[in-house]
Unconditional design. Structure first.
Length: 518
């Protein structure tokens, strides 16, 4: 017998002894018992635990679909990560906020689902993305809820598949573990600014200025992406000011305005050093701008791409030491039928630390915490072995970190591959200065790469199942998906390496014994 999403939620609320009902919604659900792999029986749990494409040290739900990171926050000695989650399967839909906690941003424990859609509420069709802050010590979430529009002109989201009204909602938690959340029954922002016809109205980001709260909302109007700026004294009553920033307009149309750049979603705005940084997602990528914020308007001076690969919906937080940490969603790059059959889809990227480079651009590197994943290591070059000894380097269980250094030369290529003893290529990385824009390439993804002849290029590559995160000189990042299962351990094969300086290979430690990330 088929069962509707609302009937499913109502049944859980009515039958679970662990459910807490607040504002008419089941707000605390035992994930492992009700939605996790255990409730699906040993078959799915065993399947996931033995899937070599499923990452071992990236944060993921126990099963099913995940996307955007939401409201990451360090609170009372633990890191809390919320993220978009579909309890009904490994496909997008029925958005909830899942919840995981960690002492170190690496080793995660799944908690109960933080928020679910409220039947007949303002978020009945999904608890979309948002932010978490401390309001005079009280953990507070502001997020986008979606529901059907009462009339066509109320719709703010039209993507060729859905037509929804987006509103901004608020919830607070009164327990130290942030396990339960009480929703405000009415939206705090019920509609876009008067007279402004928007392409999207979602994904609030928050910051504090003196005794006022500020909010940026992802949007677009007049054929160009924008971030709308609001202010409030109490997080509940908001005044629209003006656009924080507007794009130039892509000059083209699409059924989904995000695809064409007419809408910017998932904005994040924050101070970093002596500058301010804006991030936003559109056209399949996350972009950054560094500049000056004055008179409540942002004036960009430098800009670039956060990651050139499978990376989206970036969100930042401050860690326990006050460093700015970046999170992002790693989407699938395989057909929906395949990730449905696999029983999981999506992963959280490893934490990345942000800083401002000497030239005023944004610097992005793996956070120091990632180094605790390193196990046994081997090195060649730089006084340890020789660069010709790379054939001895082996990658086991598709889990490794490579640190490679080579000398940049305007007319000299550099490259290496990870491949099995049978010659099956898993990943190939090449620096090709003869190509247009002096390209850096991993498999089929090629990107521009700045070259300073004679300098040392430092490359870090983290491999985890089907996920590869590649970082070069803190200036370029590419997240790649590879859906190949090699016949045995991978070895490092140098292809064009006359300018190689050194290679260090770490075996990486999983964060769980069964690939279930808990």
């Amino acid at each position: 017998m088929s069962i509707t999403r609302r009937r499913f939620l109502n049944r859980l609320c009515a039958t679970s002894a662990k459910a807490i009902v607040a504002n008419g919604v089941c707000t605390r659900l035992a994930l492992a018992e009700l939605w996790g792999t255990r409730s699906a029986g040993p078959g799915l749990a065993s399947k996931l635990a033995n899937d070599p494409l499923r990452p071992q040290f990236h944060l993921m739900p126990a099963a099913n679909w995940m996307n955007d990171p939401n409201g990451p926050i360090f609170y009372k000695g633990r890191y809390h990560m919320f993220f978009q989650y579909n309890p009904n399967g490994a496909f997008w839909g029925t958005m909830h906020w899942a919840h995981a906690t960690s002492p170190d941003m690496i080793h995660w424990q799944h908690e109960t689902v933080a928020m679910a859609p409220t039947p007949e509420g303002y978020d009945r069709d999904g608890v979309f993305s948002g932010s978490a802050v401390l309001d005079r010590g009280t953990p507070t979430m502001i997020y986008t809820g979606v529901l059907p529009p009462a009339k066509p002109e109320d719709a703010t989201l039209r993507d060729g598949m859905h037509t929804w009204r987006e509103v901004q909602c608020l919830a607070v938690s009164h327990n130290d573990e942030l396990l339960t959340w009480e929703k405000r029954p009415e939206p705090i922002i019920a509609r876009p600014p008067e007279g402004l016809k928007v392409n999207g109205f979602r994904d609030p980001c928050l910051w504090r200025e003196g005794d006022e709260w500020m909010m940026g909302l992802g949007s677009g109007f007049d054929g160009k992406g924008a971030v709308l700026l609001y202010s409030s004294r109490d997080l509940r009553n908001w005044t629209y000011l003006h656009p924080l920033i507007e794009g130039d307009g892509p000059g083209k149309k699409a059924a989904n305005p995000v695809d064409s750049g007419e809408m910017w979603e998932c904005p994040d705005f924050f101070a970093l050093g002596e500058k301010h940084v804006l991030m936003y997602a559109t056209m399949g990528f996350v972009f950054w701008k560094v500049g000056t914020y004055k008179e409540r308007r942002f004036h960009p001076e430098k800009e670039g791409t956060v990651d050139y690969g499978a990376y989206y919906a970036a969100k930042t937080m401050l860690d326990r030491d006050g460093k700015r940490i970046l999170w992002g969603w790693i989407p699938e790059r395989r057909p929906e039928s395949e990730h449905k059959a696999a029983g999981w889809a999506g992963a959280m990227a490893l934490p990345r630390e942000l800083s401002i480079a000497k030239d005023g651009s944004l610097r992005i590197e793996p956070a120091k915490a990632c180094e605790m994943l390193r196990g046994d290591w081997e090195q060649v070059g730089e006084g340890v072995g020789t660069v010709k000894g790379t054939a001895a380097l082996r990658v086991h269980n598709l889990a490794t970190e490579l640190e490679i250094q080579f000398y940049a030369a305007a007319n000299q290529e550099f490259g290496f591959a990870l491949q099995s003893e049978k010659g099956e290529k898993f990943a190939e990385v090449a620096f090709e200065p003869g190509n247009k824009d002096r390209e850096l390439r991993i498999n089929r993804t090629a990107v521009p790469f700045p070259l300073l002849t004679g300098s040392v290029v430092k490359l870090r590559m983290l491999v985890d199942g089907s996920v590869i995160e590649l970082f070069v000189n803190g200036s370029t990042a590419i997240t790649e998906r590879v859906y190949k299962v090699p016949s045995g351990p991978l070895r490092v094969v140098m292809q064009k390496s006359e300018n190689l300086r050194s290679i260090k290979l770490y075996q990486m430690k999983p964060i769980s014994r069964d690939r279930l990330t808990t």
